[in-house]
Design a protein around this ligand. Structure first.
Ligand SMILES: Nc1ncnc2c1ncn2[C@@H]1O[C@H](COP(=O)(O)OP(=O)(O)O)[C@@H](O)[C@H]1O
Ligand SMILES: O=C(O)C1=C[C@@H](OP(=O)(O)O)[C@@H](O)[C@H](O)C1
Ligand SMILES: [Mg+2]
Length: 174
């Protein structure tokens, strides 16, 4: 199925592994890998944390939509999005039309373990545990529009990749 899907698009909460697994899958498929956050950093000429601090979240979300639109006009790419990009209906529509959407999931403790020492996520500054808890509640169900869902807390990265490759070969979303 990897030959017939337009793009493979990863969505999911922060720390579920979108960037890491996306890059790995792209290598396996020999498709280009694009991380939307990296594109935003290139366009903005500064880190995401600095962009939030200087321009605020609303401006970040506008830039994020611009990047998603541009990236998904292409084909045969593995695309990892930022965790909050699914909050806009227009972004979700772009993703649904842009290819196979794979949601990555993980439980709160796993997410916390993975993101705790990473200062690059402005929404988690301060009390990371409280912030992850609050955002997980606010975003409950936000990733349900995906074609496939994979729990990365219960799998090694290699197992997650195998699971995705099997789904692609089976030729239909589960
Ligand atoms: N099974 C796994 N699947 C995905 N990521 C994992 C897994 N185990 C550990 N990780 C780690 O979790 C972190 C997730 O980071 P990242 O890929 O940046 O997530 P996201 O882009 O979804 O925020 C990385 O440090 C990655 O190495
Ligand atoms: O969930 C969010 O709102 C965000 C997730 C981040 O990406 P990751 O999900 O790759 O960490 C990044 O886009 C920004 O810090 C905002
Ligand atoms: Mg990421």
């Amino acid at each position: 199925m990897s030959g017939t899907v337009k793009n493979i698009i990863f969505v999911g909460f922060m720390g579920t592994g979108k960037t890491t697994l996306g890059r790995l899958l792209a290598e396996r498929l020999q498709w280009p890998f694009i991380d939307c956050d990296e594109k935003i950093v290139q366009k903005a000429g500064m880190s995401i944390a600095d962009y939030f601090a200087m321009h605020g979240e609303a401006a970040f979300r506008d830039l994020e939509t611009e990047v998603i639109r541009e990236v998904l006009s292409g084909r045969m790419q593995v695309v990892s999005t930022g965790g909050g990009s699914v909050l806009r209906e227009s972004n979700r529509a772009l993703m649904k039309n842009g290819g196979l959407v794979i949601a990555l999931t993980a439980d709160k403790d796993t997410i916390l373990q993975r993101v705790r020492h990473d200062s690059g996520r402005p929404l988690l500054q301060g009390d990371a545990e409280a912030r992850v808890g609050k955002l997980l509640k606010e975003r409950e169900g936000a990733y349900d529009f995906a074609d496939i869902s994979i729990n990365t807390a219960q799998r090694s990265m290699e197992q997650a990749i195998q699971r995705i490759l099997e789904s692609l070969e089976a030729g239909k979303p589960e």
